[in-house]
Design a protein around this ligand. Structure first.
Ligand SMILES: *Cc1c(COP(=O)(O)O)cnc(C)c1O
Length: 352
């Protein structure tokens, strides 16, 4: 019937509280599939933290997500994608004063200021182009853009800070301090800095208000609090040579199990992963050889072992094959499935 994400609420919330304490100024990121919890649930949780833990701002990925967040969250909503006049000029919520925009060019800042002038000056962050190299103003142009956003002669916007998006991993303190030292901005929004780097930055530049924007290590930082399970819809004994599925694959003797959880839920959809260690590459090759032979290990665990797919999964269900000798589950049981939470779309999320 369902693929369900179960959340151990007490354990999950203890992790959220710990993460907020370890990262003062934290801005929760609420975007995409809501990190597997869904945007509505994370907005509700961010609202709870707004009241109980003093978290006053969240960040969303897009202007489309911002519209939902503005209606559900009581604090400020930062938009991570940059304001681009050519793309966003006609959005009805552009002038909402809870929004904080991200600008990367003088022309866009000027356009935004003009566009919403009747609703007051929009608040903006100026994003610097860090080594992540996604978007932002290059270092050499940053001073001029900051001046444009803070002087009377420039754009009619309020400068709320600057922002930098760094690659994953530690070791970016030198890059951050280069920007922080060069420009006279009192509040910096940073992505992918470690608690250690934040502490060093605070010690080094105590006057600067640092705001780390964090999604994954906040919502998904304690995977032990989460479990994803699919209902068994059917389990039938089959003989060797029987066939099943769209591709009519031959089965081995044992049990054919039909279970909730398919591509529509994000099951068995792995994002391309970089195999960086020899071990990861060896696993990728071994899985590829099995796959070429029509044997694909599924992410479902039955009787303590990874069950085999009969064929690649479809929208809402997966077909699994259990060998003889393995005690099969019965209809209504739930079986554990390993998922990538950032592509998960559960039918239900149970927070208990
Ligand atoms: C998605 C995103 C984040 C949050 O990233 P996590 O790895 O989920 O913590 C922070 N900053 C920017 C600019 C992002 O796009």
């Amino acid at each position: 019937m369902s693929l369900t994400l179960y959340v151990d609420a007490a354990r999950w919330r203890a992790h959220l509280d710990r993460t907020i304490r370890a990262n003062p100024g934290l801005v929760p990121v609420v975007k995409g599939n809501g990190y597997g919890f869904g945007l509505d649930l994370l907005l509700a949780e961010a609202t709870r933290l707004h009241g109980s833990a003093g978290v006053s701002q969240i960040a969303v990925g897009t202007y489309a997500e911002a519209r939902l967040a503005l209606s559900a969250y009581p604090g400020d909503v930062l938009v991570l994608e940059p304001y681009r006049a050519v793309l966003h000029a006609d959005l009805p919520h552009l002038g909402d004063h809870a929004l904080i925009h991200n600008v990367v060019s003088a022309a866009d800042a000027t356009d935004l200021g003009r566009r919403v002038a009747d609703r007051g000056r929009p608040r903006v962050l100026v994003e610097g182009l860090a080594s992540m190299n996604r978007f932002g103003m290059p270092f050499d142009g940053m001073g001029a853009l900051l001046a444009h956003c803070s002087s009377e002669a420039g754009a009619a916007v309020d400068l709320a800070g600057a922002s930098l998006h760094l690659p994953l991993g530690a070791g970016h303190l030198a890059e951050v301090t280069r920007w922080v030292d060069a420009f006279d901005v009192s509040r910096w929004y940073l992505s992918h800095t470690t608690p250690g780097e934040l502490a060093s930055l605070k010690t080094r530049s105590p006057a600067i208000d640092v705001r780390p924007r964090i999604g994954t290590s906040l919502w998904l930082g304690d995977l032990g609090a989460l479990s994803v399970r699919g209902h068994v819809l059917d389990a039938r004994a089959v003989a060797g040579g029987d066939r099943a599925g769209y591709r009519q694959r031959r089965l081995r003797a044992g049990t054919l199990v039909v279970v909730s959880g398919g591509t529509a839920h994000g099951v068995a959809l792995e994002a391309p992963s970089a195999a960086t260690t020899p071990r990861q590459r060896a696993i990728a090759v071994a899985e590829g050889v099995l796959e070429a032979a029509g044997r694909v290990r599924s992410p479902f665990t039955i009787a303590g072992r990874a069950a085999w797919f009969v064929e690649p999964p479809h929208m809402q269900v997966s077909l699994l094959s259990l060998p003889e000798g393995v005690t099969p589950p019965v209809v209504g049981d739930e079986v554990e499935v390993r998922v990538r939470h950032t592509t998960l779309h559960a039918d239900e999320v149970v927070l208990a």
